[in-house]
Design a protein around this ligand. Structure first.
Ligand code: MG
Length: 232
């Protein structure tokens, strides 16, 4: 249990009004193990083997248009958005794994679909590039038939708006930035909020309001038992 609590975990409460359950999403995968690192393929596989409800990852676009799994803005000494894929790929992760592409992540996600893949689309320099990364991501997810196993999160209002406009009906989209009320998120056709724990503690009424509106409530990032119990 102690080990579990030391992981970077998010709690995810379901939308069902009368059957609320709490779920665990591994933040950047389950990387707090020997020989793994955040946002690596092994971190996704660990989350799948652990049986987490979901495994979160961050995606970004390289200067030559490849979608990669990396938090950024930097990978080693290179700015991800300003560097070509080959240069980034030549810089190994801390544990020796290669920097994964989104496509490689989806191949791994497909191997065990009981663990959902939660894709965080990172902010891009322009709204046009944000629309582009949304379109490319949705196309890749569709290529692997994972539309029902992937959920999306983003800090950028525009990214969430484009997801709501372009993703298949029923796709889960949660907003991260903490500055919209549940009513505003509902109006934007997001399916949930995914807010920092301090934001939700400052607005505990938003939790019930979301449930009333049929929105999911996620919270990041819960790393200790006291917070975990408060949110459960
Ligand atoms: Mg993230």
């Amino acid at each position: 249990m102690k080990k579990l609590l030391t992981l970077a975990l998010c709690l995810c409460a379901s939308t069902a009004l009368f059957a609320q359950t709490t779920q665990i999403i591994a933040h950047r995968g389950f990387h707090a193990t020997k020989n793994s690192v955040r946002n690596s393929l092994s971190a996704l596989q660990n989350a799948q083997d652990f049986g987490a409800f979901g495994s979160e990852c961050d995606i970004n676009e390289t200067a030559d248009g490849v979608l990669v799994v990396v938090h950024g803005p930097m990978h080693v000494k290179y700015n991800v958005q300003q560097t070509d894929f080959a240069t980034l790929r030549a810089q190994a992760l801390e544990n020796g794994e290669v920097l994964p592409t989104l496509e490689e992540y989806l191949v791994q996600a497909k191997k065990n679909t009981r663990t959902k893949l939660i894709i965080e689309i990172k902010n891009q320099p322009t709204p046009q590039l944000e629309t582009e990364i949304v379109e490319k991501t949705l196309a890749l997810v569709a290529k692997y038939g994972l539309e029902e196993e992937v959920e999306y999160i983003a800090f950028r209002f525009w990214v969430c708006r484009e997801l709501a406009r372009l993703a298949p009906k029923g796709t889960k989209i949660a907003y991260l930035n903490g500055d919209l009320t549940p009513e505003q998120c509902k109006k934007e056709r997001y399916t949930g909020i995914d807010y920092n724990l301090n934001t939700l503690k400052a607005h505990p009424e938003w939790i019930n309001k979301c449930h009333e509106l049929g929105l999911t409530v996620n919270v990041w990032t819960v790393n200790d038992k006291k917070d975990m119990q408060w949110f459960i």
